[in-house]
Every structure is written in C-alpha cells, then in structure tokens.
Write a protein that binds this ligand. Structure first.
Ligand code: NCD
Length: 309
C-alpha cells in the first residue's frame, strides 16, 4: 500500500489489492496457530472510532490489531463527550494527543474519514462512511472468493442483489471486483439502484429469476431501512417475493455457486434462514477472513516493513 491511509478502494488499485490479499494469506495462517499472535505492531496504538452501530466490523478490527500485538482503544459515541456536543475534529485531535498510530473510523456521513485524515498525522482506515465506501469489506470478500475460485477472478459472474442505492459495501465491492476482472450485474428494483450509474463497471437487471442460473456468486445486500428517507419499497413482503433468496431460488443456482452477505442479515427478507445456513453460503468464512485482511491492512499502514512473523 503506497499511501498512509485506506479511505477508498481507489487508494489501492489492482496492485495494491493483490498485495494486501497476499499478505492476508500469511496472516490467515497466523490466526490458525495455537497462539494466534505476532509481535508485528508491538508499541503501536490503534483506536476504533465508531459513530455508528457495528458488531462484526469493530470487533474484527480490534481482534486484528490485538493479533498484531498493537494496543487498542475503543471509542463509543454513547459514552463519550460527543454526547456533550464535541465536534468530530475536537474528538480526533484529543485522541491523537494521547499518542496513537491509527484510527479506524465509521461514520454516518460520507467523507468523514477523509476529513479525519486531513486533521491528524495518524493513519486513517475507513470502516464505512455513510452510503459511500467500505474498502476492507471489499477486500475480505475478494479474499473469500479467491479461496474458492483461485487467484484469478477474470470472467467470474457476480450478481449483487438488493439495496445498492444505500450500500457502501456495493460501492467498494464493485470497484474491487472489477479491478480483478469479475463481471458484476446489479439486481434489484429501480428504486433501490443508485440515481446515476455513470462510471460503474456493471450491468443492471431488475429480474433476479433471469440472473440466477448464470451467476457464479450471489452477493446479497441488507435492505438498509435506517438509510431510507422515503418509501422506496411498496412492502418488504413484496421485495422478498421478487428478490429474496429462498430455498426454491437457491435450487436454481449453479451447483458450485456461492452465496455471500456482508452481515448483518435480515433472515426471511433478503435471504431465507435455510439458505444462509446452507452449503452454498460462505457468510461465516467472510467473517473469519475479515480478521486476516484487516491484519494485512493495519500491518501495511503501520508495520516497519520487516517480516510478518
Ligand atoms: C455493512 C455495513 O455496515 O456497511 N455491514 C458490515 O460492515 N459488515 C452492511 C450493512 O450494514 O448492511
């Protein structure tokens, strides 16, 4: 990774993506050891600064930092001075004054991690900003795909299904998949597609049933009710009827097709419980790979360039 921060998939490019994924492979081996820890970032401090709810992403980054022997601090908005009206800038500058090396930022506003990066000297990692980007999710998804399909994703047909409009996972994912040569089709009702798809290397379909038989990967997105300011869907039940991956639809997938979801899943809405837990689903592998990929990202930004182990 050439820069000091990871704010967008654009910061990496194809070469940068491949570098992080290679490094993640060695860290995956570390996470499988009896003592899954290396001293690579001893003496460094990584802070997670989460202005939005999160289970897996925050725990995943914190686990990654700990497995690299970094010290970790965790900032949760509810119990901080933000509740007293402190600005984002004051908050990050206060944290930086304690002596830190990296901040992992999640924020409801697109561009917030970029602002943070302009205010402080520490490295900034974007852990999800509004409907904009979520680069480490894209990296862990690629890592998971390469485990199943080999390193070359050229020509792999990936259907990204659902609420693309509000999805930072989709924005980062499409860029990363395209960088490695995959073919992406976005699937969902017109109201859940972005207003403009200019510059997106994708095709679009509004019919899941026609896309199903040809897809190598079905990547399901959560319906982001908290981000929908207007009624974009007639009803969830209708959405599920047309776009939900139930057992009958899953049976029409190719025998080797993979089902992915970034979590948290709305079981019974975009994915049926039996499909989420079924043989095509790699959802828990995505979570496992997330730790190794985030170790690779933190190490690339903060490591001394020495050997990993
Ligand atoms: C996603 C997020 O927060 O952007 N979750 C995640 O990071 N694993 C997707 C979502 O909230 O639907």
């Amino acid at each position: 990774m050439s820069g000091r921060h990871l704010l967008s998939v654009d910061d990496l490019g194809r070469e940068g993506i491949l570098e992080v994924l290679d490094l993640a492979e060695s860290f995956l081996e570390v996470t499988r050891r009896e003592i899954p820890k290396v001293p690579a970032l001893r003496g460094k401090t990584v802070v997670s600064l989460f202005y939005e709810e999160s289970t897996r992403t925050r725990l995943s980054f914190e686990t990654a930092a700990k497995r690299l022997s970094a010290d970790t601090m965790s900032f949760t908005v509810g119990s901080s001075s933000v509740a007293k009206g402190e600005s984002l800038r004051d908050t990050v500058q206060t944290i930086e004054a304690m002596g830190i090396d990296a901040v992992v930022v999640r924020h409801a506003s697109a561009g917030a991690p970029h602002r943070v990066a302009s205010w402080i000297h520490a490295s900034v990692v974007n852990a999800g900003d509004g409907c904009h980007e979520h680069p480490t999710q894209a990296l862990l998804d690629l890592h998971t795909l390469r485990h199943h399909r080999g390193p070359d994703l050229h020509g792999l047909r990936v259907a990204v299904v659902g609420d693309v409009r509000h999805s930072r996972v989709a924005r980062s994912g499409v860029k990363a998949l395209a960088a490695l040569g995959a073919e992406v089709v976005l699937v969902g009702p017109p109201t859940l597609m972005p207003e403009s798809l200019e510059g997106w290397p994708v095709t679009v379909s509004h019919e899941l049933d026609t896309v199903l038989p040809d897809a190598d990967v079905l990547y399901l997105l959560r319906i982001q009710r908290e981000r929908q300011s207007e009624a974009l869907l007639p009803s969830l039940r209708e959405y599920t009827a047309r776009y939900g991956l139930d057992a009958a639809r899953a049976a029409r997938l190719r025998p080797d097709a993979l089902v992915m979801h970034p979590g948290p899943m709305n079981r019974g809405v975009e994915i049926a419980a039996e499909v989420a837990d079924g043989p095509a689903s790699v959802v828990t592998e995505q979570v496992t790979n997330g730790v190794a990929v985030r170790m690779a990202v933190l190490y690339s930004l903060l490591g001394s360039g020495g050997t990993v182990a």
